[in-house]
Design a protein around this ligand. Structure first.
Ligand SMILES: C[S@@+](CC[C@H](N)C(=O)[O-])C[C@H]1O[C@@H](n2cnc3c(N)ncnc32)[C@H](O)[C@@H]1O
Ligand code: SF4
Length: 384
């Protein structure tokens, strides 16, 4: 029996000061004055159109992602949150995250984001080495990054994440470790630690930067950095996510547990379980901000719709939950896919035999140390 899981709201804000050469997100260099108010109107029309999908359900987290959401004035964020709260049932104390590029943090902004209802900030730091930042095409240096975090702390944000990347052009192991030490000094609640990947359709993909560490060095960096994060009290709860106790990102955890989410904004993706017809629907919005602005709230803004067929669900479920150290419970597998545990008995047995997954007596399926090293191979076993 498919039982609708917790619901989150993702809001995509697509503009940046400058496009970074490694980035394949739906982000666009803003030209001239950006249409913040028109975009908020478009988001509200978009939300109104999606409301029938989630009628009466409670929203457990909101995430403003980008792009660079911190380009939007706090008053615009406030207006959207008020409109959303008037249309959806917000859980008391729900997590509301705003992604922030440190190059856009000005004095006084964070107080107003906090007053608007934002209670978690995610900073795109990437590195504290000015040479690396330059090679990544970032618009800020390390001092500005530290100053931005301090401004947020002074405004009262204690729940914040720092995004760091490693295996950067010109980066040594000592530099990657030093990045973490500078991060720890700022006392983040959460660290996201990503290996730089060369994504198709980026400048780095067509012209790879000089001085990229080879696979062995990248592996070394990952292993040493993981050890440093553990020693500093961060729990490695997902492939790239590390949190202090109780500070996991509720929004991302909901994705990784195969929860539901509305996706509002240019290029945003949503996934909704419908109990009545036992279906799981995906819907995504058109990517280009200008077209989105013109059409939001009409069928033309819907980039596509699809139903996740039962045969695809085990793979999609594993693609998310096997990223987590905790893995998943068989009972949740059934509730969130609508399938009996029998549907995965064979691949589960195979993964156990290979030493990749451990099935505990209470029905919790946990990736082993080996399984965590070969996540993609484990997930592939569940392909239809
Ligand atoms: C959508 S960005 C949001 C943050 C904000 N736009 C910024 O860059 O300051 C989320 C994070 O994804 C990571 N990221 C983006 N492109 C990446 C890539 N090619 N490889 C690894 N991590 C990447 C970066 O750490 C980035 O902060
Ligand atoms: S600021 Fe963030 S979203 Fe924008 S281009 Fe750079 S990495 Fe991508």
């Amino acid at each position: 029996m498919l039982i609708p899981p917790p619901l989150s709201l993702y809001v995509h804000l697509p503009w940046c000061v400058r496009k970074c050469p490694y980035c394949d997100f739906n982000s666009h260099q803003g030209k001239g004055a950006l249409p913040f108010e028109d975009y908020i109107d478009a988001l509200i029309r978009d939300l109104d159109q999606d409301l029938p999908l989630v009628w009466g359900r409670t929203v457990h987290s909101v995430f403003f992602g980008g792009g660079t959401p911190s380009l939007f004035p706090p008053e615009a964020i406030d207006r959207f949150l008020q409109a959303a709260a008037a249309r959806l049932r917000f859980a008391p104390g729900l997590e509301v995250t705003l992604e922030t590029n440190p190059g856009t943090a000005e004095h006084g902004r964070f107080d107003r984001y906090l007053a608007a209802g934002v209670n978690r900030i995610s900073f795109g730091i990437q590195s504290f080495d000015d040479g690396c930042l330059q090679r990544l095409g970032r618009i800020h240096d390390s001092r500005e990054a530290e100053a931005a975090v301090k401004l947020a702390q002074d405004a009262g944000f204690d729940n914040f994440n720092l995004d760091l990347m490693y295996a950067l052009p010109g980066q040594t192991l000592a530099m990657a470790e030093h990045d973490l030490e500078r991060a720890f000094a700022l006392q983040p609640a959460h660290v996201s630690h990503y290996q730089l990947t060369l994504e198709p359709n980026t400048i780095f993909f067509s012209r790879p930067p000089k001085g990229l560490p080879d696979d062995d060095h990248a592996w070394d960096m990952q292993a040493h950095c993981q050890a440093l994060l553990a020693a500093a009290g961060f729990d490695h709860y997902e492939v790239s996510a590390y949190a202090r106790p109780g500070r996991q990102c509720a929004h991302n955890l909901n994705y990784w547990r195969f929860g539901d989410y509305l996706g509002i904004g240019a290029g945003a993706h949503g996934k909704i379980s419908l109990g009545a017809d036992q279906s799981i629907q995906r819907r995504w919005k058109i990517k280009h901000p200008t077209r989105y602005l013109e059409t939001a709230g009409t069928v033309e803004a819907i980039g596509g719709d699809e139903s996740i067929a039962p045969a695809q669900r085990p793979f999609e479920y594993m693609l998310n939950t096997l990223r987590l150290r905790e893995g998943f419970r068989l009972i949740d597998f059934s509730a969130r896919t609508g399938l009996a545990a029998d549907a995965i008995a064979m691949p589960l047995r195979e993964a156990e035999a290979k030493g990749w997954l451990h099935l505990a007596a209470d029905g919790q399926v946990i990736p082993t140390e080996l399984g965590r090293r070969f996540t993609n191979d484990v997930i592939e076993l569940f392909l239809a």
